[in-house]
Design a protein around this ligand. Structure first.
Ligand code: PLP
Length: 379
């Protein structure tokens, strides 16, 4: 019998240190490793850009959590995204991206990769036919976030995997919003999973990182080659912090999801709220798909303010417990205005987000305190 999720989070890749018995994987703060004669590596390591034992522990754990054969850790979610796109695309190739992709992913595709001759088409991830229609003869990758950042749209991973297989493309799922505890895209047919481990996996807003997990041996080799060749690796302390966060992922995600549901219940009929975007709501267009492919509906909630942009901006600066800040997935609650903050890079593009949109990353504080804070800020 294979170990359950919470057990893997604490033990996978994290055996006690063979020399000291240290229960916790040590921070291997070294750039290089002594060799017994030229090429005689003692523990399989020669240089820490190529490999480091603390990073290996994190990579093995992340692979085990996503149910993939290979895990690779990066210095940020964007570095992981960049590695996957450069491993899968060549000049002249095309990819499909969500029409509400994370702003940084859009910027990378639109401003960096386009300069290297890579073309893209935005399509709504919630519309399988629209994604299929966006595929061209030179499409190599279908890039999906689900739920999406910040509009919380939901893509049917199994259906999109079928579309991808039919077209001979790779389906990449950015699983940052759900985390592997809530959703496991590889099991649903995706080829690759990408994470900003900065978010729920790290979970404490104290480290920036990224990860790639896949069971595609050839692609894993290319990603590993780029990890070493381009060198966007996390240091051992970053790997340690992320691994420490991962140990509590299961209990945190339970609480994030339960608290988010309390917040949603308080917002849904509020006169200052025009619309709540949350896949847990029965009226959310992606509710059924989310219920099928996710364990709970997650800790991210967005809403449209009934009184427009200025009012949305005001709420963001009036909360006491929800800190006005970018990022998400930490134990503390955060509030932000995507149009002016995380998604400012989409302004004027097809991916521009509504100006009256507020995004919440619901933390694991007392739900009553969070509800009171928000209701006070809404006035
Ligand atoms: C869905 C998603 N993917 C990728 C990233 C990029 O991750 P990082 O900030 O760790 O580079 C983010 C960051 O907010 C994100 O929300």
């Amino acid at each position: 019998m294979s170990d359950g999720f919470a057990t893997r989070a604490i033990h996978a890749g994290q055996e006690a240190d063979p020399t000291t018995g240290s229960v916790i994987v040590p921070i291997h703060a070294t750039s290089t490793y002594a060799q017994d004669g030229v090429g005689g590596m003692r523990g399989g390591y020669e240089y820490s850009r190529t490999g480091n034992p603390t990073r290996t522990a994190l990579e093995e754990c992340l692979a085990a959590l996503e149910g993939g054969r290979h895990g690779r850790a990066f210095a940020s979610g964007m570095a992981a995204t960049d590695a996957v796109l450069r491993a899968t695309l060549r000049p002249g190739d095309h990819l499909v991206i969500p029409d509400d992709a994370y702003g940084g992913t859009f910027r990378l595709v639109d401003k960096v990769l386009s300069g290297w001759g890579i073309e893209y088409t935005p399509a709504p991830v919630s519309d399988v036919d629209a994604v299929r229609a966006a595929i061209r003869p030179n499409t190599k990758v279908i890039w999906v976030e689900t739920p999406t950042n910040p509009l919380l749209n939901v893509g049917d991973i199994a259906a999109l995997a079928q579309v991808s297989r039919d077209a001979g493309t790779k389906l990449v799922v950015d699983n940052t919003f759900a985390s592997p505890y809530l959703q496991q895209p590889l099991e649903l047919g995706a080829n690759v999973v990408v994470h900003s481990t900065t978010k729920y996996l790290g979970g404490h807003s104290d480290v920036v990182g990224g990860a790639v997990v896949t069971s595609d041996d050839e692609l894993a080799e290319q990603v590993a080659f780029l990890q070493n060749g381009a060198g966007a690796v996390p240091g051992p302390f970053d790997a340690f912090l992320t691994l420490r966060g991962v140990k509590t992922l299961a209990v945190r995600m339970e609480r994030h999801s339960a608290n988010a549901e309390r917040i949603v219940a308080a917002l849904v009929d509020h006169p200052k709220v025009a619309k709540v975007l949350y896949p847990g709501l029965p009226e959310h267009p992606g509710h059924e798909v989310a219920a099928k492919q996710m364990r709970h509906f997650g800790g991210m909630v967005s809403f449209l303010h009934a009184d427009g942009e200025e009012a949305a901006l005001e709420v963001c600066s009036r909360t006491r417990l929800f800190t006005l800040a970018e990022s998400l997935g930490g134990v503390e609650s955060l509030i932000e205005h995507p149009g002016r903050m995380t998604h400012a890079s989409t302004e004027g593009s097809m991916l521009q987000v509504p100006s009256d949109l507020v995004r919440l990353s619901v933390g694991i504080e007392e739900a009553d305190d969070l509800v009171e804070d928000l209701l006070t800020a809404l006035g």
